[in-house]
Design a protein around this ligand. Structure first.
Ligand code: 6R9
Length: 665
């Protein structure tokens, strides 16, 4: 049997059920389906009272809120709006004087294996000092600050320091290009950029600061007055006098004390860009109160966090998972967490297993893509097989970012979880702020490949185009019918797009459309996500808009006349990017086609980042279009998959090009 076969058929016959093991039930916050149901019922009976209770129990408010949910401006819902709090105070100051004060907050392991530990007290001092450094640069409440940072303590400190001042951060993943960075800096209106000279990944030193310089030189970034540079390595970097400062310079002489600035609960904590179905990425805006409540609550609900846990979420802070389950959730919950700078395959593909063993990790939260690539590596080289490591410290596993195929689920369960750890397959999105559909480790019987049931208070449903709920077993669009505290507040600078993308009038205008297809099982009503229903691809757990890649391709105006991008299923990365390209010159073949395909891949890497590089490029003299001029994307998807064309091509204006598109470079 192939180690990583396509998930589709096996999911249809999936009937294995894994009840929660006794050690996960014992002492669990939610220790049975009855306890889960009780919370679901409480939330349903009086949602406002339910959320108000949880917000009071889980967060420290400097000014209590009097109103829980304001629906008067729907779909611009407001939560706890007249309350005030500070996110950083809720993650740090709050633990002072409790047993958490001297507990390890972060265990950091660098790319080359050096370990640094910080207690909550030490982390608070680091954050307060950095916040003072930002303040000295004139950064204040309401300003936007862009982070372009490696994974590490400094990134978390910078995010927390922004939050401490009420400045709104916007983290850009360190793999995005100068162009992508510039677009985000301009759109968000940043006054400062926080970066590092280089980042270390897999033993390689990769530039960050030089890319920031390139981005800022592209224009439109005149509001950026300050660039703060963490000197991660000893290598030299180009300095722009008057604008750039090292962390050491910025921190010189600052005080250890920085009172947190209280902000309204709706104050934007951060803006995180994500791909949508048009060319331009969307700045997803999250609010301080509701978001932080969710980050804390899901640490308790989904991970059933215990005081002695060592929590490890492998996501980068450049993605939402790194926001909610590295920078905020674990700290708000007082957890000890492992933060890792590097990549899973350096110095070898046993790195994750060795780190779990060395740091006695008890909760391990990662992406199916990582699991699938490590399965392949373990099968190719017994030396990096997880069975050779002591993983007995683990008690809970988590999966996020894309559907996990049952084969990968079973391997994760057997070889990493030792058949004793529940796997929480957490479905959520940048827009939902935190988990929305997920098993609870002490309660939910697990079915491989299913994210099971919505969290209490999440009114998830599957509907057709007109909003009618589908019966179990029939697929449809995933929606959430009631607002919840950590939902996206708006798209920065584009409230109309927010309404149009997420609250379409056909569904009544106040029902949240997730953009995913889903189906509920006939027997248990469990949700299974079937993939995006819009023009968004999921490549290795990263969202990529097909239009975004198309725009990048056609912006190579000396070469490209037209481009269409679709996804095809891939055993390793979930989906692979396939581009169909019409050049402004004769259709290339052979070595010339190969050379141009490489040139186009490099171009896309420059425009967006290496993660957006098309896997396959197919050249045609034209694209298959209907007589009315519409690109036949369904047909392109079949070609990309290598399927025999069974669709009706009689409306195709130029049938001869189908043969040309058969060849991929
Ligand atoms: C957290 C995160 C969101 C998209 C989402 C869906 C896919 C995430 C999933 C999953 C199946 C899961 N997705 N978790 N699909 N099962 N457990 O990944 O946010 O980067 O915004 O991506 O990822 O398609 O719509 P984001």
């Amino acid at each position: 049997m192939n180690a990583v076969p396509s998930s589709i058929e096996s999911v249809l016959v999936e009937n294995r059920v894994f009840p929660p093991p006794p050690q996960a039930v014992q002492g669990a916050r939610i220790g049975s389906m009855a306890a889960y149901q009780q919370l679901v019922d409480e939330a349903r009976a009086d949602p406002d009272a339910f959320w108000a209770r949880l917000a009071r129990e889980n967060l420290a408010w400097t000014k209590p809120f009097s109103k829980t949910l304001d629906e008067s401006k729907a779909p611009f819902f407001e939560w706890f709006a007249d309350g005030e709090l500070n996110a950083s105070a809720n993650c740090l100051d709050r633990h002072m004087g409790t047993p958490v004060e001297h507990k390890t907050a972060i265990v950091f392991e660098s790319d080359d294996g050096k370990v640094t530990r910080l207690t909550y007290r030490e982390l608070l001092t680091r954050v307060a000092r950095f916040a003072n450094a930002l303040k000295a640069q004139g950064i204040q409440k309401g300003d936007r600050v862009v982070l372009y940072m490696p994974m590490g303590i400094e990134g978390v400190v910078a995010m927390q320091a922004c939050a401490r001042l009420g400045a709104t951060h916007s983290v850009v993943f360190g793999g995005f290009s100068a162009k992508a960075l510039q677009e985000r800096i301009v759109d968000v209106g940043a006054v400062a950029v926080i970066t590092a000279n280089f980042q270390m990944r897999g033993g390689k030193e990769l530039p960050l600061k030089a890319i920031v310089d390139e981005a800022l030189a592209m224009g439109g970034c005149e509001a950026v007055k300050t660039v703060l540079v963490y000197e991660r390595t000893a290598s030299a970097w180009p300095r722009v006098e008057g604008r750039d400062k090292t962390f050491a310079e910025a921190l010189q002489g600052v005080s250890d004390d920085c009172p947190p600035v209280p902000v309204g609960a709706e104050h934007p904590l951060f803006i995180l860009y994500t791909s949508g179905s048009t060319g331009k990425p969307k700045g997803v805006q999250h609010a301080t109160g509701g978001y932080l409540l969710w980050a804390k609550l899901t640490m308790d609900w989904t991970f059933d966090l215990r005081p002695e846990d060592v929590f490890w979420c492998t996501a980068d802070i450049g993605w939402i998972t790194g926001h909610s389950y590295v920078a905020y959730g674990p700290l708000a919950a007082g957890a000890t967490q492992l933060v890792f700078e590097g990549v899973p395959t350096f110095p070898d593909a046993g790195r994750f297993w060795k780190m779990i063993q060395d740091h006695k990790v008890s909760i391990f939260y990662t992406a199916p893509t990582a699991i699938r690539s490590l399965i392949k590596a373990a099968e190719a080289d017994g030396k990096v097989h997880p069975d050779r490591y002591d993983l007995t410290s683990l008690r809970l596993l988590g999966s996020v970012g894309e559907p996990i195929n049952p084969e990968a689920w079973m391997w994760f369960h057997r070889h990493i979880g030792g058949e004793r750890c529940p796997i929480v397959d957490t479905f959520w999105q940048t827009e939902t702020g935190g988990h929305v559909i997920t098993p609870l480790p002490g309660a939910t019987p697990l079915v491989p490949g299913s994210c099971t049931l919505p969290l209490p208070g999440i009114d998830a449903a599957i509907v057709d185009e007109t909003g009618n709920e589908m019966p179990n077993g029939a697929g449809g669009m995933l929606v959430i019918r009631r607002p919840w505290p950590s939902m996206i507040r708006t798209i920065w600078n584009d409230p109309e797009r927010f309404k149009k993308s997420y609250f379409p009038p056909e569904l009544g205008g106040s029902v949240y459309l997730a953009g995913d297809g889903a189906v509920r099982s006939a027997d248990r009503g469990y949700f299974r996500i079937t993939g995006r229903i819009d023009d968004v691809l999921n490549v290795s757990g990263h969202r990529m808009g097909t239009m975004e890649i198309e725009s990048a391709l056609v912006s190579k105006t000396d070469l490209v006349a037209e481009a269409a991008v679709v996804g095809r299923p891939d055993d390793m990365t979930g989906e692979a990017i396939c581009a169909f390209v019409v050049l402004k010159r004769a259709r290339p073949t052979g070595d010339e086609a190969k050379a141009i395909a490489k040139e186009l891949r490099d171009w896309v890497a420059r425009e967006i980042g290496p993660i957006a590089k098309p896997r396959d490029i197919r050249f045609g003299e034209n694209l298959p279009k209907t007589r009315s001029g519409k690109i036949m994307r369904r047909l392109l998807r079949s070609i990309a998959k290598g399927e025999a064309i069974t669709q009706d091509t009689s409306t195709l204006e130029n049938p001869q090009i189908l043969a040309q598109l058969g060849e991929a470079y």
